[in-house]
Design a protein around this ligand. Structure first.
Ligand code: 2OX
Length: 486
């Protein structure tokens, strides 16, 4: 290689270096500008802090909920013409394996002779759920209440009766709050559009919006005890172009039913951003995007309210004859629930009753086992929050709201029998005992840097178990305060 060549390389690399520096400078000023300029949005987030009203405090205290998917898809059980399909059974109408006209006459077969809402509510109560979300209208458009705005309802089935009313009554009687699932996307309504490309599309979709508003008004008026709506099917271009309408709809529903809780999935802003507006601020009352997945760290939920909805099989919400493989055991569901509460969220388990109104055995088993666990340990779930301590390998930590009481939910018993606890340094462990047995205190050994060893070698449990921990010196100090003090 010649000298000049080397020299040339030197100059080039110098130039490259300057360019890089220039690029970095430009880039960082762009980042700064981005941080400083907040878009002015008419239809973005309206709430700049967590809701603190009674209804939302109650929502925050639930811990555990039940989802129910029930509709015409439950009749097909995930199969058609002798063939079983692997996808989520409630989506079968969209797979074109049977003619739409055939699916849309399944209402003539909806006749749940074993539908006993009091038994549903009793099972949910024993399981320990504090709220129910039930499908009133899924993507197929079939309405489980006798809507005045379409004929595609239970009123036009052999059953004839309203399904939602007795469910709301039975659950409320059992002390369980009810929320209504409602799919915006509607495969049955001829005015539904996936996108708005022509004037005709917009005219049809305007009719569809009116239909949606009428049905939701009808639901609020028919079931005044509901606490909120769970919206779905809002991901298409047509809805993303309807940010102003989604905004007015949410506000309108809250005006006619004050306190109503509506998650982030309903909304788009005027630029088509969903859940979080174009300034990255949450729309609606809680983050509603955690479907079949869970956050790993507290940072993942940005300190927002949130909820996870989970299927027992890998996927599928409506009844399917077979679940094809692994289905989650009660311990798996309990761990997911505990993780949710430890990260400040609620956990909701889905059930897909058979067309006749019976639950499948797997669901009955999971519900019963979760209920047995909740009976012993519910204190560590209800009205609990993110504890502010680091995640630890033996399990999860929850904290009773407004108290210096922590719960260590142990899934991995250390073979040594000594549980090492890393606190936030401001908390001194005063006592530790098996939940519900305050007199059986464990030996607690304080170590450096906010660490403690708790001798739990006496525990022989084969199930996840809970140790209650009472701390002192942290009185009146919130998790947020502790962060700034550290
Ligand atoms: C998934 C991928 C693309 C488009 C839609 C979905 N999708 C829809 N996944 N789940 C759904 C519905 N939400 C759940 C709560 C069920 O109702 C499910 O059918």
């Amino acid at each position: 290689m010649s000298r000049s060549n080397k020299h040339g390389h030197f100059i080039l690399s110098k130039m490259f270096g300057c360019l890089m520096l220039f690029a970095i400078l430009i880039n960082s000023s762009a980042v700064n500008a981005q941080q400083q300029t907040k878009l002015i949005l008419q239809h973005g987030s309206h709430q700049h802090a967590k809701r603190m009203d009674t209804a939302m405090l109650q929502w925050r205290a639930y811990g555990l909920g039940q989802f129910i998917h029930w509709g015409l898809y439950s009749i097909l059980e995930g199969k058609w013409d002798g063939i079983k399909y692997n996808g989520a059974a409630e989506w079968i109408r969209s797979w074109k394996v049977l003619p739409n006209s055939v699916y849309d006459s399944l209402n003539l077969q909806f006749n749940p002779i074993a539908f006993h809402p009091d038994q549903w509510a009793a099972m949910a109560k024993q399981m320990g759920v504090k709220y129910l979300t039930i499908t009133t209208k899924h993507h197929d458009g079939f309405c489980l209440w006798p809507s005045a705005f379409t004929d595609f309802t239970v009123a036009h089935s052999p059953f004839q009766e309203d399904v939602i009313k007795p469910v709301v009554e039975a659950y409320n009687k059992a002390g369980i709050d009810v929320y209504l699932y409602y799919s915006i996307m509607d495969w049955h309504n001829l005015d539904w559009r996936y996108d708005l490309k022509t004037k005709e599309d917009s005219i049809a979709f305007d009719r569809f919006k009116q239909f949606t508003k009428s049905q939701l008004t009808e639901l609020v008026n028919r079931y005044p005890s509901i606490k909120g709506f769970w919206f779905d099917g809002t991901w298409d271009e047509s809805w993303k172009k309807s940010g102003a309408f989604s905004d007015s709809l949410e506000q309108y529903l809250k005006t006619i039913h004050p306190g109503l809780i509506i998650g982030s999935r309903l909304r788009a802003d005027e630029k088509g951003a969903r859940h979080f507006d174009s300034n990255n601020e949450l729309m609606g009352d809680y983050e509603q995007g955690w479907e079949r997945k869970l956050p790993v760290t507290y940072a993942d939920v940005h300190g927002n309210d949130w909820e996870c909805v989970m299927t027992i099989p890998e996927n599928g919400w409506g009844y399917a004859e077979n679940w094809m493989g692994h289905w989650k055991s009660s311990y798996e569901l309990i761990e997911m629930m505990v993780r949710s509460v430890s990260l400040g969220g609620n956990f909701v388990v889905n059930f897909g009753p058979k067309a006749n109104g019976e639950f499948r055995n797997e669901e009955i088993i999971d519900a019963r086992e979760m209920g047995e666990w909740m009976q012993q340990n519910k204190e560590a779930i209800y009205n609990c929050e993110y504890a502010g301590w680091d995640k630890q390998d033996w399990g999860y930590i929850t904290k009773k709201r407004n108290e210096n009481k922590f719960y260590l939910i142990v899934f991995n018993m250390p073979l040594s029998g000594k549980l090492k606890i890393k606190t936030d340094k401001l908390s001194l462990i005063e006592k530790a005992y098996p939940i519900a047995l305050p007199q059986n205190q464990f030996l607690v050994e304080p170590m450096d840097n906010g660490n403690f060893y708790i001798d739990i070698s006496s525990i022989k449990s084969k199930s996840p178990f809970v140790i209650a921990v009472v701390t002192k010196n942290a009185k009146g100090i919130t998790v947020e305060d502790k962060k700034t003090l550290q």
